[in-house]
Design a binder for this molecule. Structure first.
Ligand code: NDP
Ligand code: 8X3
Length: 252
């Protein structure tokens, strides 16, 4: 695949695994995240191990000015982005609505909805002008169902679901494909972030069954990206064999 791919949130989990998967496939990669050390470590690995061309951009995608500064005018040789993977996102807390922490709600809304929109607004006009491009949005089973305590996180992923459909409609005349990838439980830093660094609480989420791993999701993303040009994998829901719905697991 001879594509230039921008992946948000590549310092960990699904974004990192997708960067590696696409480097193996010969893509040029723009990787982003806030943790500069991890971003540069990944850049070095992709360059050394896979001989990939990599541009690493360190910024917080909740900061609109920072997004515009970094992505509004990419260096000339990186300006034509073929694929945008809107991956960066997080859940913070699992409190019932009446006990919710408003700062946590704002972190989720600002990252999962507003940050995704800021990035999309920078990158997609070029795709439309070139009549070519592919957007991959990381939705979730949490964008299809709601579970107790999931309130605001689920709302942000329902928003990603709506935005994916809206983007597809608006970009239809421009030949830009839009794919939503909706995983169930994937063992990444997701639960560590949700439970604010509590490793034991995070580990409990994945006890008793084999969850998806980040590479499983990266494979699904590659499947969508490698479909023939006339095919758009619009929506892909993938779960561990031991998960039937957001709250139903077969644990042993
Ligand atoms: P991780 O916590 O492992 O990775 C999240 C990534 O997002 C990190 O690279 C992080 O980078 C980046 N990120 C978070 N906030 C910001 C920010 N403000 N600015 C820039 N980058 C940010 O989680 P996952 O890999 O699991 O999650 C990736 C996506 O997949 C998310 O959208 C999540 O909602 C979704 N998802 C995850 C599932 C799961 O069970 N794990 C299931 C379904 C969907 P840094 O901290 O360096 O900024
Ligand atoms: C992450 C999966 O079910 O924890 O989006 O919300 S879930």
């Amino acid at each position: 695949m001879n594509s230039t791919v921008l992946i948000t949130g590549a310092t960990s989990g699904i974004g990192k695994a997708t960067a590696e998967r696409l480097a193996i496939e010969g893509c040029r990669l723009i990787i982003t995240g806030r943790r500069e050390g991890l971003l540069l470590e990944l850049k070095g690995k992709l360059e050394d191990k896979y001989k990939a061309e990599v541009l690493a951009l360190c910024f917080d995608l909740r900061d609109r000015e920072a997004v515009e500064k970094n992505l509004g005018k990419l260096p000339k040789e990186w300006a034509e982005v073929d694929v945008l993977v809107n991956n960066a996102g997080l859940a913070v807390g699992l409190a019932p609505i009446q006990e919710g922490i408003i700062d946590d709600w704002e972190r989720m809304i600002d990252t999962n909805i507003k940050g995704l929109l800021y990035v999309t607004r920078c990158i997609v006009p070029g795709m439309a002008a070139r009549r070519h491009g592919h957007i991959v949005n990381l939705g979730s089973i949490a964008g299809r169902e709601v579970y107790p305590g999931g309130n605001v996180y689920c709302a942000t992923k329902h928003a990603v679901n709506a935005l994916s459909q809206g983007m597809r409609m608006d970009l239809l005349p421009y030949g830009v494909k839009v794919t939503q990838i909706c995983p169930g439980a994937v063992e990444t830093e997701f639960s560590l972030v949700r439970f604010k660094g509590n490793k034991e609480r995070a580990a409990q989420v994945y006890e008793g069954f084999e969850p998806l791993c980040a590479a499983d999701v990266a494979d699904a993303i590659y499947f969508a990206l490698s479909a023939p040009e006339h095919v758009d994998v619009q929506d892909l829901l993938l779960m561990a064999k031991a998960q039937a719905s957001s709250g139903l697991f077969h644990k042993e």
